[in-house]
Design a protein around this ligand. Structure first.
Ligand code: 5GP
Length: 139
């Protein structure tokens, strides 16, 4: 399978469609998932094109993990979470639905199960408020 630059995250990276942005540097962007599996569900997307981990440049992955850790820690503080789930899916059989590499960072609370994957669209006002909380925790 090859990378297709018409995917939704490539469009977000090109600024063709909006997102609730939390963080951006020269290598990656972080924004809120529009169908969160829990409050504060964020996505971390490297700018370099690859479908997923299977075709990613190891140098891209090496730069990404420290950012994933930074956002994981900020997320726990921002949302007062008991824990954080970090997820990443590869190819349809692995649960992937958007074919540009990304990592999910989801605040978790004791006894609260994850909502379904790509489930219900969140209210934009809630996404904006959660993006602001995460941005503040990163500052
Ligand atoms: P995957 O299944 O590929 O690991 O996850 C894709 C994620 O992207 C899903 O959690 C889904 O809710 C989210 N998503 C799909 N379309 C959009 C979009 O247009 N904007 C944002 N911010 N998230 C999206």
């Amino acid at each position: 399978m090859t990378y297709d630059s018409s995917n939704i995250f490539a469009k977000i990276l090109r600024g063709e469609i909006p997102c609730h942005k939390v963080y951006e540097d020269s290598d990656a962007i972080c924004f809120m998932d529009v169908m969160p599996q829990g409050p504060g569900h964020a996505l971390i997307v490297p700018k370099a094109p690859s479908r997923n981990m299977l075709d990613a440049d190891p140098a891209v992955l090496a730069k990404l993990l420290p950012l994933i850790q930074k956002i994981t820690k900020a997320s726990k503080a921002a949302f007062g979470a008991d824990g954080i789930t970090v997820m990443q899916f590869n190819e349809p059989a692995g649960g992937q639905t958007v074919f540009h590499l990304h990592y999910h960072v989801i605040p978790r609370f004791d006894g609260v199960p994850l909502k379904s994957h790509s489930g219900k669209m969140e209210d934009p006002a809630i996404l904006a408020a959660n993006a602001e909380k995460l941005r503040a925790a990163l500052a």
